[in-house]
Design a protein around this ligand. Sequence first.
Ligand code: GUN
Length: 293
Amino acid sequence: MILIDGKETATKIKLEIAEEVKKIIASGGKKPHLAAVLVGTDGGSETYVNYKVKDCEQVGFGSSLIRFDENISEQVLLDKVKELNEDPEIDGFIVQLPLPDHIAESKVIEAIDPSKDVDGFHPVNAGRLMIGMPCFQSATPAGIVELIDRYNIETSGKHCVIIGRSNIVGKPIASLLAQKRSPGNCTVTVCHSRTTNIKELTLQADIIIAAMGYPGFLTEDMVPEGAVIIDVGTTRVKSDQTKSGFKLKGDVDFEAVAPKCSYITPVPGGIGPMTRVSLLLNTLKAAKKEVYS
Ligand code: GUN
């Protein structure tokens, strides 16, 4: 069994990005700049956004954190999105989700200029991804593909079973792995909450991607010998063993499943750090106008 070290890979990629930023600045360019918009004080969102800002510092990007009270109107948020769209200093930005119930997430996402949508959530980027055009790929699927590539895991002709059909993980990773390129060329099955025979399907898989946010869902009896296991779950569960009072739990029963696998990603230290680094890679692409010129 090979443990896929997302943390180490992400650290390597960050060094590569930092080198590129140095070159951009040495040749008279401006440093890439990511803005993050945070509405309210949800603990998980606060943590994630703070990590994103810290990541920017580490690679030499500029960053801005824009905070709003959770009672702001939808219009105030839409006005901020418009301002960021038009600000030449900002190469890319994200609006951290979830948003409070009185704000329509889809309206906010659709207001973001696709050329600054480094989360890859805008329908234009999601559509481009689907048909294999240049786009900002949603960060988690991009991170999974990057890890599979860097670990030289064969995907061509393999059966990949994805558990979860979200717009930001399940659907885009299904699309990426089915495409005619490398990594890709998989036969893909997407399972979800209404699938009646998940175990029957996972037992036929070469690669299983667990992305439904149900801690410990994928148990040893659901996994064939030698499978590649990618665990996207990051549910915060209460813990008296950590300073924060929380720990992250994946969708895979790691202890029992790991001995059966050829490769497996841990939680934490697997897909999470790769998701964060993908946002940096997208911001670098935005600054270099690699996707939309
Ligand atoms: N909430 C949970 N994950 C994400 C993410 O990747 N981007 C944004 N904007 N919000 C999130």
